[in-house]
Design a protein around this ligand. Structure first.
Ligand code: ZN
Length: 441
C-alpha cells in the first residue's frame, strides 16, 4: 500500500528546492539537470567498479578499477598519470588526473581511493530499492563516482573548461604502503600544486569534517635484571621489566588521560624472560618461570591528537615518564608517525561555508562542522598540514569496512550536486581568495 502523505508535508517537501532555485545561476541549473539526467548511469558505473574486487593487497584489482576511472578522466579531457609503487612496497599505485582551466583561479585537489578493506569473492553489488549492498560502495567507490559525475556535469554545463582541478585516487588508503613518505609522495606533490582540497570519504546530509585527529604509534621496550624472584625489589635484582612497564602505563593514564582530543591506547603487551614481539603483525610470545624476575617487556599502542603541538607535548611528557626508571630497570619509548593531524583552520571553515551555501541553494539544508573526534584518519590528513580542505563529501552509507556495507543510491544526486556546485563556486574565485600561504594557519 502506498503511504498517504499529508498535503501540507508535500508542499513543504517541494518548497525547499523550489524556493532555492533563484539562488542558482543558469549554469548551476544546467549542472543540476545534467546530474539528474545521468542518475541511472551513475548507479550503473558504481555497480561496475564495485563488482571489481579491489582490496588493498589485490594489486591487480586496484589497477583494474583505476583503469576504468582513467579512461573516463581521459575522455573528460584530463591528463592522467598512473604512479606505480615500488615492487617491495606491495601496493598498486595511484591515479593522478589533471585539468587546467583559467590561470590564476583557485586550484582544487579532489581526493579519493580505489582500495577496499573487505575482499569480496567477486561481483557483489546488489540493489535493494534505494540502497545497494556493495563492498566498498560507500568507502569509497561511491565517493569516487561522485567526483567523476560532478566533473561530467560541470563539463556538460560548460563550466569545466575554466576550472583547475586535480584528482588523486590512492590505491592504498586503507592500508598505506611503507615508507609512508614514498607511499604518499604523489598526493603531497599534488597538494603543493593546488590551493584547496576536497575529500570524498563517507558523506552525510548535515555535517562535514573541518578538523580531524592524527595518529602515531608508540612502543615501549623495557628491560630488567634476570634474577631469582625472592630478591625482587632488592638492590641486586631490582623490580623487573614488567613492574617497569606497569609503572609507565599507570603514569600515562593518571597523568595524561582526559585531555580533550588526546587518547593513547595500550593495545598489546608481552613480558617475561624470553619475549618476542612482531611489530608488523602486532603479535608476540612470552615465556618464563614464576620464580624469575623478568628481564624483558614490550608494550605497543597508538596515540591520537588534534594538533602537532598536542602531539609533541604529549610525546615529551611520555618520554619524561619513561625516563623515571624503577631500580634495576631500563626502558625506551619509540614513536612512529602515521597520520598528521588536521587542525581546524579558518580556511577549512571558509570551504565548509561554500559547501553549506551550495547545499542550501540546492534545497538540501545547512551543513555544520562534524565533531572532530568522530572521524577516523584519512588521506586528506597528509596534505592538511599545509593546505586547507574539507572532508566527508562522499556517498552516504553504512557498514564501512564490513561485508554488509550498504550505500544509499537515492542520496547520490544530492552529494554529486553539492560537490559540483562547490567545485564550480570555489574554482571561479581568484586563487588569492582561498588557499593558505606557506607557514600560515
Ligand atoms: Zn576510505
Amino acid at each position: 500500500m502506498r503511504p498517504t502523505v499529508p498535503a501540507c508535508l508535500l508542499v513543504l517537501a517541494l518548497a525547499g528546492p523550489l524556493l532555492a532555485q533563484p539562488t542558482l545561476t543558469g549554469q548551476e541549473q544546467r549542472i543540476r539537470a545534467a546530474i539528474a539526467a545521468s542518475r541511472e548511469d551513475q548507479v550503473a558505473y558504481l555497480q561496475r567498479v564495485v563488482d571489481i574486487p579491489s582490496a588493498t593487497l589485490d594489486l591487480a584489482g586496484v589497477r583494474r578499477v583505476a583503469d576504468v576511472f582513467r579512461a573516463s578522466f581521459d575522455s573528460l579531457g584530463f591528463t592522467t598519470t598512473w604512479v606505480p609503487m615500488p615492487d617491495a612496497m606491495r601496493r598498486a599505485g595511484h591515479l593522478v588526473a589533471e585539468h587546467r582551466g583559467r590561470p590564476g583561479a583557485v586550484r582544487i585537489l579532489l581526493i579519493g581511493h580505489f582500495d577496499t578493506v573487505v575482499e569480496p569473492d567477486g561481483p557483489n553489488f546488489a540493489r535493494q530499492d534505494s540502497m545497494a549492498h556493495a563492498v566498498g560502495g560507500g568507502d569509497m567507490k561511491g565517493g569516487d563516482v561522485i567526483i567523476l559525475y560532478a566533473l561530467r556535469a560541470l563539463q556538460a554545463a560548460g563550466a569545466l573548461k575554466d576550472l583547475n582541478v586535480t584528482a588523486v585516487f590512492t590505491g592504498d588508503e586503507e592500508h598505506p604502503g611503507e615508507p609512508l613518505d614514498a607511499a604518499r609522495r604523489a598526493l603531497i606533490d599534488a597538494g603543493h600544486a593546488n590551493d584547496v582540497a576536497l575529500a570524498f570519504e563517507g558523506g552525510s546530509r548535515s555535517v562535514a569534517t573541518v578538523a580531524r585527529r592524527g595518529s602515531s604509534a608508540w612502543r615501549i621496550t623495557a628491560t630488567g635484571r634476570q634474577a631469582h624472584s625472592a630478591g625482587v625489589f632488592g638492590r641486586g635484582a631490582g623490580y623487573g621489566a614488567i613492574y617497569e612497564v606497569a609503572r609507565i602505563l599507570d603514569a600515562f593514564r593518571s597523568q595524561l588521560a582526559g585531555e580533550q582530543y588526546l587518547t593513547f591506547n595500550a593495545a598489546a603487551i608481552v613480558g617475561g624472560t624470553d619475549v618476542t614481539f612482531d611489530t608488523v603483525e602486532v603479535s608476540g610470545t612470552a615465556a618464563t618461570k614464576l620464580n624469575i624476575v623478568p628481564r624483558s617487556a614490550v608494550v605497543a599502542g597508538d596515540l591520537r591528537f588534534m594538533t602537532p603541538e598536542q602531539l609533541q607535548r604529549t610525546r615529551e611528557r611520555m618520554r619524561a615518564i619513561v625516563a623515571q626508571h624503577l631500580p634495576g630497570t631500563d626502558a625506551q619509548i619509540t614513536f612512529i608517525d602515521e597520520y598528521p593531524a588536521m587542525p581546524l583552520t579558518e580556511g577549512n571553515s571558509r570551504i565548509l561555508a561554500v559547501y553549506d551555501t551550495a547545499s542550501q541553494a540546492l534545497g538540501y539544508g545547512p551543513v555544520a562542522p562534524m565533531d572532530p573526534g568522530m572521524r577516523g584518519a584519512g588521506d586528506l590528513s597528509f596534505v592538511a598540514p599545509f593546505m586547507d580542505g574539507l572532508e566527508g563529501l562522499g556517498a552516504l552509507g553504512t557498514g564501512a569496512h564490513a561485508p554488509e556495507e550498504r550505500v544509499n543510491l537515492n542520496a547520490l544526486p544530492m552529494q554529486t550536486e553539492r560537490a559540483a556546485l562547490t567545485i564550480e563556486r570555489l574554482g571561479m574565485k581568484p586563487a588569492g581568495e582561498f588557499g593558505r600561504r606557506e607557514g600560515q594557519r
